[in-house]
Design a binder for this molecule. Structure first.
Ligand code: KG4
Ligand code: ZN
Length: 346
């Protein structure tokens, strides 16, 4: 089955054609990240307008790239929650119109769970059950995966998401938005031992994460006891701070992922979400998995950041199970890992 996936939850407009939840025929993406660098974050109203401008052309392009027409489709999948509501509306409306006009099944996809479904892309077989971590800009949680596209939350952050912490730490250090890639790049030159940062809950037996303490400790060391002084670090000090911060966050994520795998007795682990692009995290979980004898599923970086192939993949599994959204589907700003049945709002 060929599924058209549409993603428009934040500032990336993306469209993909994926066969059987695994084989990517074509994918295109228009990111507004550069536009938002000047603002220091996503401006929802502008992001929404960007999707309206980009989406029709991207749908056209992905079909041309794959050399197919809408006649080839077996289903349509769209990221329906969570996300910026103005952004979601564009993707959901487009997906509904295509599905309705063509008489195709429509899948309403949870963006967070789609980040984990990305492990199926370009991979023939995935071993279940597994424990998965989604670490993104708005989310950092652990899931028990029972089957493709069936994930139950089992723990996660009690405050910031890991990506949010990266972005805030970058702002503290005078680096641009989004902060994750910049910290990743500078950390490679830095000395993590040059700054001491805490690691919340690291040695307890819960699956809790917390990044507020790490972030605040960095702020005080970089900008004085009230966190309001000009930056006290030179270029080398910033590299070191990036390395220390990244090491602390990666330590927490990787340690708890391994703990979750042990607690649940699974033989496979997975990581998805934008933070899974981080080179130190990828290296650390690869090392941990090898030492613990666990299978590791780590999507290609283009499928860790927001993309539409992951939406098509999860949509495929939902449609195959008969989880079809109706014409009354409305997107939701929240609803992460929540019910798949679309809710009506008033
Ligand atoms: O999954 P994603 O693309 O969008 C959301 O669903 O939130 O994740 C975006 C987040 C941002 O916070 C960004 O700073 C972070 O992922 N990120 C990274 C890296 N690349 C992106 N964090 C650490 N290291 C990276 N290389
Ligand atoms: Zn995402």
């Amino acid at each position: 089955m060929l599924v058209l996936g549409i993603e428009s939850s934040c500032d990336e407009t993306a469209v993909a054609l994926v066969r059987d939840g695994t084989t990517v025929l074509a994918e295109v993406i228009a990111s507004q990240a550069d536009d938002f660098a000047a603002w220091g974050g996503v401006v929802p109203e502008l992001a929404a307008r960007g999707h309206v401008a980009s989406l029709p052309g991207l749908i056209e392009r992905v079909l041309i790239q794959a050399g197919v027409t809408l006649d080839a489709l077996g289903g349509v999948a769209v990221g329906a929650w969570p996300g910026l509501i103005g952004s979601l509306l564009t993707g959901v409306t487009a997906a509904k119109v295509i599905a309705q006009r063509r008489g195709l099944p429509l899948a309403a996809v949870d963006h967070i769970q789609a980040h984990l479904a990305a492990i199926h892309l370009d991979r023939a077989a995935v071993m279940y059950p597994l424990v998965g971590l989604v670490a993104s800009g708005g989310h950092s949680h652990f899931y028990l995966g029972e089957a493709p596209g069936r994930f139950q939350p089992i723990g996660g952050t009690i405050d910031d998401a890991a990506g949010e912490a990266f972005d805030k730490a970058a702002a503290t250090l005078g680096l641009g938005y989004p902060g994750g890639p910049q910290i990743d790049a500078r950390a490679a030159r830095g000395n993590a031992a040059a700054m001491t940062l805490p690691r919340s809950f690291l040695n307890d037996d819960t699956l809790r994460l917390s990044f507020a303490g790490i972030k605040t400790a960095l702020l005080y060391q970089a900008r004085g006891p009230l966190g309001k002084d000009p930056l006290r670090l030179d270029a080398r000090g910033i590299d070191d701070a990036c390395a220390a911060f990244q090491t602390a966050v990666v330590d927490c994520l990787a340690t708890k992922l391994l703990l979750a795998a042990r607690q649940r007795g699974v033989r496979a682990i997975a990581v998805g979400g934008g933070v899974a692009c981080n080179r130190a995290l990828r290296a650390r979980v690869a090392r941990d998995a090898a030492m613990a004898g666990l299978e590791l599923y780590l999507p290609a970086t283009k499928h860790c950041a927001d993309n539409a192939a992951m939406v098509a993949a999860l949509g495929h599994f939902q449609i195959a199970r008969g989880e079809i959204a109706g014409a009354d589907l409305v997107p939701l700003p929240t609803g992460s890992a929540g019910p798949r049945k679309p809710k009506k709002t008033i």
